[in-house]
Ligand binder design. Structure first.
Ligand code: UD1
Length: 370
């Protein structure tokens, strides 16, 4: 049996790592392909090192571009690799452009595709990821899901129940495996913050950061909160560009590396590696984010999460976890944020099967099917 897996962007890496471990320990032949959608050291290679992911066997080096350019380039460069490798199964994870482009390429060559983190739906087609999810799931052969809503979505869309496997969350496998190691990260000392006396911010969704009006509204609200408690903002490259382009630099300041005081505002840092970010999140009083994965990670860590989106494809983080959706409404960001920095507790519970064994279950199924 030969398995070929695809990764491309930062949120893919923690989802594939536990599967790589399983293939290695079970002696299953595995080819890892990196599309190169993310290429900065801090967005890619650092994660391979920290998560112990083997070096990709193939790097397609597609780089940045429009959605269509990236999709086309991934398909063009992946096709000959698939023809040469002829895997028995291709695995894709998550909802990034690489996930969708690789799925189309394999399906057209008659190669079976398994989608890990299948079935999530925000029902918001303005999100590029929602288009990626719909396209991937409509032609994938096997669907591995993380929560009950995904099972329901897939069944409603006509996917045969026998092709749906509710296995849990491989991103949480990675988190549980590394959380103790992350404890040794010096990031709090480096930034000069004290556990439970700061918040964390991440923002990169086009709807939030590509509109000057929305980004200004969000940063202004967060700036208010940062008068009461420092906010650390490891910034995605596209967001950094937009802050400058829209003239919003006065709302943030570059982290000098130490001495963040209680009135230091929003402090920007470079994107952080996996272990530093895990430590920073775990010790935070509150997290403000528009990321999908961070809604799940905070749920497992029991850290309050305020999501700056109108919807989520991960409803279990709201019904079961620590998450609340506030959209881009500055008033709501302020009031819900303030509640949390002032100790409003959001005790959640860990969703079913988010127990660190998802990759084991997936590879059990694969061994049975392929
Ligand atoms: C992608 C995913 C998103 C995921 C996010 C995590 C899609 C549609 N979106 O969004 O779901 O949450 O990754 O980060 O796949 N750039 C760099 N260096 C890099 C990578 C990107 O500078 O290593 C800059 C480039 O200017 C690039 C821009 O970021 O054009 C956007 O990168 P892209 O991969 O298109 O989308 P993300 O916003 O990162």
């Amino acid at each position: 049996m030969k398995i070929l897996s695809i990764v491309g962007a930062r949120p893919n890496f923690m989802k594939i790592a536990p599967l790589c471990d399983q293939f290695r320990t079970r002696g299953i032949s595995h080819v890892l392909v990196h599309t190169g959608q993310h290429y900065d050291h801090k967005m890619s290679k650092l994660f391979f090192e920290e998560l112990g992911i083997p070096r990709p066997d193939r790097d397609l080096g597609v780089g940045s571009g429009t959605q269509a350019e990236q999709t086309a380039e991934i398909m063009r460069r992946l096709e000959p690799v698939l023809l040469e490798e002829r895997p028995d199964l291709m695995i894709v994870v998550g909802d990034v452009t690489s996930t969708m482009a690789a799925t189309i390429t394999a399906a057209k060559l008659g190669i079976s595709v398994a989608h890990v983190e299948s079935g999530l739906r925000s029902f918001d087609r303005t999100m590029p990821e929602e288009i990626n999810r719909l396209l991937t799931d409509s032609i994938a052969d096997w669907h591995f899901t993380t929560e009950e809503s995904a099972n329901e979505n897939l069944r409603r869309e006509g996917v045969d129940s026998e092709r749906i496997f509710f296995v849990g969350n491989t991103m949480i496998d990675s988190l549980l495996k590394h959380v103790d190691r992350a404890d040794a990260s010096p990031i709090l000392v480096t930034l000069g913050v004290t556990a439970k006396h700061y918040g964390v911010v991440t923002l990169h969704r086009p709807s939030n950061v590509d509109s000057a009006e929305n980004l200004a509204a969000i940063l202004s609200a967060l700036h208010e909160i940062a008068r009461e408690m420092p906010l650390v903002f490891p910034v995605h490259p596209r967001t950094r560009k937009r802050i400058t382009e829209f003239g919003l630099d006065h709302l943030v300041r570059e982290g000098s590396g130490s001495g963040i005081g209680s009135d230091s505002g929003i402090v920007i840092t470079e994107p952080l590696g996996y272990l530093d970010f895990l430590k920073l999140t775990r010790e935070a009083k509150v997290v403000f984010t528009d990321s999908g994965g961070i809604q799940e990670e905070t749920t497992v860590l029991g850290v309050p999460c305020v999501t700056l989106r109108e919807n989520t494809e991960r409803p279990v983080t709201v019904t079961c976890g620590t998450n609340i959706l506030v959209g881009m409404d500055p008033e709501k960001i302020l009031s819900e944020g303030r509640k949390r920095i002032n100790g409003h507790s959001c005790e959640g519970s860990v969703p079913p099967l988010w127990d660190g064994k998802a990759a084991e279950r997936i590879v059990d199924v694969i061994e049975r099917l392929v």
